[in-house]
Design a protein around this ligand. Structure first.
Ligand code: GLA
Length: 406
């Protein structure tokens, strides 16, 4: 209750301090801008939702967004935590004479405000896409020269989340530009999640916390195993930077898009969860197979990702022959442990309690994909045969949660 009152007071303070009407003039730098109000923590846990890009590319329209909103409710995605419905590139076509950004009138005839209202009416949050530079990656109008005007427009439409890309920005300073964009969002008076998308080019893990709530660490994901393996390696290097309010973003999910096996998709999803990554589904939610649903809707795996302690898991054992063991500490004192197999054959792997921060003695194990208890295992720290061992399929994962004690 206290929290709710505080949130209302904060929102009111932000709104009265800087209503959208005052924002049409574009400040040249943060120094010249009016002091930005303190924003509430927008992403205490990694954001979850859906984004159009991986499956639909530029083929976006309001029918797709409305149907996806319905699907998010009907399939249980919203109940599982996927709240943001984000339209990526290509919704925008031009600017009006006064500088106002214009949505494609053929694809979005009802306009963005009505679409956001519909998304909100389904209990979801609404997201959109822009670019720091003059043009987006697909050549649509970007935000350059219009940060405040756009932020005010988006606030007026009811935008809750914006992904901001870095195409056509080569000569610009990323920390400065994204901070200016953040300040424009704050002046709009609406809390809006800022998803920084400069692909790890400018070491965002060093400066993006406090600027955006998530920041890409790599180039774009592809719907294939090699891409997932490469991204896992790259994103794992920045675990120190992640925590409540700011997350490394290894890019959106490919689960359900058809380019990987069931085991590979489970590994992809498990590692995103272990790395406390934002979980933005990137498949057609209107036509999911039972296999795809069993991955995206596994609440025990999602709980690992969304754990309030907010620690990005790390590799604790690197086996030269193509196996890894990862550990993510969780708020209740348990540990999520992932055994990964990068080889073409089944691989037996084991772990000792001392390697995952569990004290010697008994510990209770649950397999999060089998959704089955695996009993109490004991590791005295002395006997090799009392370690916990699993058999991991090729390109697959075994993901368990281990609680110290009986
Ligand atoms: C970049 C981003 C992608 C997507 C496209 C859209 O490549 O990294 O995630 O937003 O632009 O054009």
């Amino acid at each position: 209750m206290k929290k709710t009152i505080l949130a209302i007071l904060l929102a009111a303070a932000v709104f009265t301090a800087c209503g959208p009407g005052k924002t049409a003039k574009e400040p040249a730098s943060t120094a010249e801008a009016a002091p930005a109000a303190q924003a509430p923590v927008l992403a205490p846990v990694p954001p979850m939702g859906f984004n159009t890009w991986n499956k639909f590319g530029c083929n976006v329209d309001e029918k797709l967004i409305r149907e996806t909103a319905d699907a998010m409710v009907e399939t249980g995605m919203l109940d599982a935590g996927y709240r943001y419905l984000v339209i990526d590139d290509c919704w925008q076509v031009d600017r009006a004479a006064d500088g106002r950004i214009i949505a494609d009138p053929e694809r979005f005839p009802g306009g963005m405000k009505a679409l956001a209202d519909y998304v909100h009416s389904r209990g979801l949050l609404f997201g959109i896409y822009s670019d720091i530079g003059p043009r987006t990656c697909a050549g649509r109008p970007g935000a350059a020269g219009h940060f405040d005007f756009d932020a005010a427009t988006y606030a007026e439409w009811g935008v809750d989340y914006i992904k901001v890309d870095w195409c056509n920005c080569d000569d610009l300073d990323a920390p400065t530009e994204y901070a200016r964009f953040r300040d424009a969002l704050r002046r709009s008076g609406r809390p809006i999640v800022l998803s920084i998308c400069e692909w790890g080019r400018n070491d965002p893990w060093k400066w993006a916390k406090g600027v955006g709530q998530l920041w890409r660490t790599t180039a774009d994901i592809g719907d294939n195993w090699a891409s997932v393996v490469w991204i896992i390696g790259a994103n794992s290097r920045h675990a120190d930077a992640a925590g409540p309010g700011g997350w490394n973003d290894p890019d959106m999910l490919e689960v359900g898009n058809g380019g990987m096996t069931f085991d590979e998709y489970k590994t992809h999803f498990s590692l995103w969860a272990i790395m406390a990554a934002p979980l933005m589904a990137g498949n057609d939610l209107r036509a999911m197979t039972e296999e795809t649903k069993s991955i995206l809707l596994n609440k025990e795996v999602i709980a690992v990702d969304q754990d309030p302690l907010g620690v990005q898991g790390r590799v604790v054992i690197e086996r030269g022959y193509g196996g890894q063991v990862w550990m993510k500490p969780l708020a209740d004192g348990s540990k999520a442990v992932a055994f990964v197999n990068y080889t073409d054959r089944e691989l037996a792997q084991y772990v000792r309690w001392s390697q995952i921060g569990i004290p010697p003695g008994p510990a209770r194990v649950r397999d999060l994909w089998a959704r089955a208890d695996r009993g109490v295992h004991s590791d005295t720290g002395k006997h090799y045969d009392e370690r916990f061992e699993v058999r991991v399929p090729s390109h697959g994962v075994v993901l368990v949660r281990i609680w110290p004690g009986e």
